[in-house]
Design a protein around this ligand. Structure first.
Ligand SMILES: O=C(O)CCC(=O)C(=O)O
Ligand SMILES: [Mn+2]
Length: 216
């Protein structure tokens, strides 16, 4: 073999840094695809810091059992003009895209082959903060659009449970990863971000979504 041929079979120096793709995590009734290391881990903590600094973060307010609860988790709702969003009986009006968010959106769109018009960001300060079981199935959302979930910061367990059968699945969402949830996942499955006693770094999750503008 010549040197050139040998090179073809040598691992590239950064092979371990290439994105890892896991194809459909769900056994049926939906499709969830996980891509690790989409964003260079060396850039992710700077991205997290700057998302914290450049967006207007609010503690989330939810109606639960007839009471308005203020969560410790913070949220930011970003989108095109007119993309308001109501969940847990609270209506949110969008802040404008920042140049950095538009770049992250572009990456999510390339993976999903879909154009998103909005993004919900959640900031979890520690493992005591999580998100309970729910589906992203609000009336304003385009019914068959994918949802792209980007994670920066401490890795966290993300779980799925089927709404009508005893089935489950889970994945650890790592720093710099993207999870795609395709239709009809939200119709048949709920998901949650599990709280943990383990010490975890702060984390920002971005879910790129598609709001039906004709509904506004
Ligand atoms: O933080 C996460 O990974 C999940 C967030 C989520 O499910 C949501 O924003 O609807
Ligand atoms: Mn969700």
């Amino acid at each position: 073999m010549t040197d050139m041929q040998t090179d073809l079979f040598e691992p590239t120096p950064n092979e371990l840094d290439l994105p890892k793709v896991v194809v459909n995590l769900l056994p049926k009734d939906g499709s969830v695809t996980y891509f690790s290391k989409v964003f260079d881990p060396n850039n992710c903590s700077a991205l997290l810091t700057s998302l914290r600094a450049t967006l207007d973060w609010q503690q989330d307010q939810l109606f639960m059992f007839g009471k308005l609860i203020t969560t410790k988790r913070e949220v930011a709702w970003v989108g095109d003009a007119g993309c308001s969003y109501t969940y847990s009986s609270v209506k949110k009006f969008p802040q404008a895209w920042t140049p950095e968010l538009l770049l992250i959106k572009q990456t999510a769109e390339a993976l999903a082959s879909y154009k998103f018009n909005s993004c919900l960001l959640n900031l979890y300060h520690d493992g005591d903060q999580g998100m309970g079981w729910h589906s992203d199935d609000e009336i304003e959302l385009e019914q068959n659009a994918p949802i792209a979930s980007v994670s920066f910061g401490g890795k966290r367990k993300f779980s799925f449970k089927h709404k009508f059968e005893k089935l489950g699945a889970s994945v650890v969402l790592e720093n710099g990863s993207v999870l795609l949830m395709h239709a009809p996942t939200q119709h048949f499955w709920q998901h949650s971000l599990t709280k943990t006693k383990r010490a975890v770094l702060p984390r920002i999750n971005l879910t790129f979504r598609s709001i039906r503008l004709e509904q506004q």
